[in-house]
Ligand binder design. Sequence first.
Ligand code: T4K
Length: 367
Amino acid sequence: MHENLITVTRSSMPDFEEYCEEIRPLWESRFLTNMGEKHLQLEEDLKQYLHTPNITLFTNGHLALENILTAMDLHGEIITTPFTFASTTHAIVRCGCTPVFCDIDPKDYTIDVSKIEALITDRTVAIVPVHVYGNLCDVEAIEVLAKKHHLKVIYDAAHTFGVTKNGVSSANFGDAAMFSFHATKVFHTIEGGAVSYQDPSLRTKLNDLKNFGIHGPESVPDVGGNAKMNEFCAAMGICNLRHLDEEIEKRKTVYRQYCSRLSAVPGIQLNTIRPGIRFNYAYFPVVFDGYRYTRDEVFDLLAAQNILARKYFYPLTSAFDCYKGRPGFDPSATPVARRIADHVLCLPIYADLPEAVVDRICDSILR
Ligand code: T4K
């Protein structure tokens, strides 16, 4: 990779020695996966950090989502948004359910709750809203709707690790929440993910499902797959969690620098952090709509200087080739999501992104 390349994010790493110390016992135990000591410790550490009673780890966020949908035995229509990573929509489809696409809020890019009720039919079984870029959905309004219509709510919380609203962790909204611990995330385990959930009886089912459906040596009650987090990934998570608050503080500095340079510029819309939110500064999305450069021009302008911003989330999942011709997969049915997808660019953000680089990025955009 080009040594001067600035990418949209850069994995945080613990000190090499700290990680070595963490994995040293594995050379003794030779117990490398299948819910070993590190796995169990990380689950406990996460319960404490997220103030949540039930956490199950997975190989990645995507399989965490597929497995919680399977564990809840959902069959039918699931209301969700197309302004998300491929994973959310694919998980719903791969579990045999039908995604029904709701439009998004033009300011925080999460599901527009005023449009949910019109999409509910007698086949609707759940809502899978996405907390986009670290912004939480309108969790209170979603809870009211879900209760009224007896629907399960499973949040795609891939972007909201550590985010709280009025002190309540994003792990505690809805029936369940999925987190991604991919290397590109604020908190990571190299590859990894988890679900938090309210009903403790799901724990056994989730543990079985991620281990081929095997419950005991002679008992296989479920058709499961293999989605277990290994000990080396869990050890990385244990180390990274120790430094997470510091990481988030450093990201906050970068975030604020961008805001001070780019806010109040006509044609540039920045993310709004709502009151009461403890944010994690996961992404820095900018909507270029009516600005003197289009989103694609800004992308090219930065790329010419080896700065690789990303068009998360373009195209909408409802526009993917693999879904072409399927009923209900129509980007024009969600005009706000389509507009945002066409105009948004996520600028580089990570803990040790130098101040001078942020200035260079802003200078290029503003010149
Ligand atoms: N739901 C939502 C809303 C999500 O955003 C995601 C994942 C999921 C569900 C599924 O969770 P996981 O199953 O992934 O746990 C990246 C990530 O791979 C993906 O996890 C993430 N969302 C998505 C938003 O971003 P790409 O295709 O952009 O990754 P890539 O390889 O182009 O990496 C982007 C940049 O990150 C690189 O230019 C450099 C940097 N990087 C990358 C890697 C792989 C690092 O610094 N270290 C690394 O190890 O999808």
